[in-house]
Design a protein around this ligand. Structure first.
Ligand SMILES: [Zn+2]
Ligand SMILES: [Zn+2]
Length: 136
């Protein structure tokens, strides 16, 4: 038995494993996540960097937010799969994009953020704590 949560990009070149449950998990409906993913939202899980091991090359796309913070999204250079957020070796915390899980059942969403930007064609799952923008 292992408690490892594993996942990675479509081609398998960019991989991760986590040895603890995520500290938070949910959906982001912001316009940036919509554009970055090409879908209606990004499903994310937050992990302390210390709980994660990420292997393989990544291309980082950095976008400045209106509040001055930056979003760093990391893609596999081979297949283009969007895998995680944050800068490896620099940020204390990473978001892992839940669609990359090997076993998607590991994703247990609890929150929805940026609900104010959710397109009408994306249904809001039930049972979540909903934030119209970024919480707190
Ligand atoms: Zn790949
Ligand atoms: Zn977002």
């Amino acid at each position: 038995m292992t408690n490892l949560t594993t996942g990675g990009c479509l081609c398998g070149a960019l991989r991760y494993e986590a040895n603890s449950p995520p500290t938070y998990a949910g959906y982001c409906f912001c316009n940036d996540c919509r554009k970055a993913s090409g879908g209606g939202f990004i499903a994310f899980m937050g992990y302390p960097a210390s709980a994660l091991r990420i292997t393989g090359d990544a291309v980082t796309h950095t976008l400045a937010q209106s509040d001055g913070r930056k979003s760093e999204r990391n893609f596999c250079p081979r297949c283009g799969g969007l895998v995680y957020g944050g800068i490896r070796g620099e940020t204390d915390e990473h978001t892992i994009y839940a669609g990359t899980l090997d076993d998607p059942a590991h994703f247990k969403p609890a929150i929805a953020i940026f609900n104010s930007q959710r397109p009408a064609w994306v249904p809001l799952p039930e049972g979540l704590k909903v934030f119209e923008r970024m919480p707190g």
